[in-house]
Design a protein around this ligand. Structure first.
Ligand code: ADE
Length: 266
């Protein structure tokens, strides 16, 4: 999977992407990251990429032309490196990757979208700064408007990194262990069950005995039940989409009833 990021702060992207699991995935070639500085396409001697908004208002707006030229540069690189290098942009053979503009005005990113994006070969992210971007270039190049939640950040780099991380860990090979991406929170509309590690007794708190019983069937049943309880308790909005047995539905009903003590059920 190849990520291209259009940004005024490529160091933010590169510094995060060189650490930990993402860093290893880049080194091993499972993913690649290409952070391109929009300022390199300013095309004026002051390297300025923003200007005052037409109609007035606070702040500055990123200009269309540097972003468009940055986009064309990335397109050209993809075309040259791709298997279809003989194809001409705009013809049927040449399929441009999806371009995600990270913006609080987009649809909210979630695990389902992460799974969808993880099937792409290449993705381009556009990170805005200041008050926004000239609408005309967005109309021309953006395919997806995506937000990371209903709050406003100072720029698109952190949201882009959040999405790149969530997408990358679904790319085969990135986690090292194919099983670990499938079993966790959201994979089946349920949150993950609680986890424990040594010591068995910590400050007087015991690990649930079933987990040290060695009975794999009982352990699996316990994990499933804990996932259902936790999701109903913490994310009742998610539980509606879960595939539950009759018994689990009764359990959920009990939890959702106001006044029931969830700690007793746990
Ligand atoms: N840029 C600023 N805030 C954002 C958000 N919540 N999601 C995506 N991009 C953003």
């Amino acid at each position: 999977m190849k990520f291209h990021v259009m940004t005024l702060f490529p160091d933010i992207i590169n510094n995060v992407m060189k650490e930990s699991i993402m860093g290893r995935a880049v080194k091993s070639g499972y993913i690649s990251i290409d952070a391109v500085n929009i300022r390199d396409f300013a095309g004026n001697k002051h390297n300025s990429v923003d200007d005052y908004p037409y109609g007035g208002g606070a702040g500055m707006v990123m200009q269309a032309e540097p972003i468009y030229n940055c986009y064309k540069y990335i397109c050209e690189r993809i075309r040259a490196q791709g298997s279809n290098e003989d194809a001409v942009e705009g013809t049927e053979q040449f399929k441009m990757p999806r371009l995600i503009y990270v913006t609080p005005q987009g649809k909210t990113f979630n695990q389902k979208l992460a799974r969808e994006y993880s099937k792409e070969e290449e993705l381009i992210f556009l990170c805005g700064r200041y008050e926004g971007i000239d609408e005309r270039v967005l109309e021309l190049i953006v395919t997806d408007y995506v937000s990371v939640g209903d709050y406003v950040l100072t720029g698109g780099e952190l949201p882009a990194l959040v999405m790149i991380d969530a997408i990358s860990r679904l790319v085969p090979g990135v986690l090292g262990n194919g099983a670990s991406a499938g079993k966790e929170s959201f994979s089946g509309s349920l949150l993950e069950y609680p986890q424990y590690t040594r010591p068995e007794n910590w400050h007087g708190k015991e690990v649930p005995p079933v987990l040290t019983s060695g009975n794999h069937k009982l352990i699996a049943q316990w994990c499933r039940r804990q996932s259902v309880i936790r999701t109903a308790d913490r994310r009742p909005d998610l539980i509606k989409g879960a595939d539950l047995t009759e018994e689990e539905q009764q359990l959920v009903k009990k939890i959702l009833m106001k006044g029931s003590d969830v700690n007793e059920i746990y």
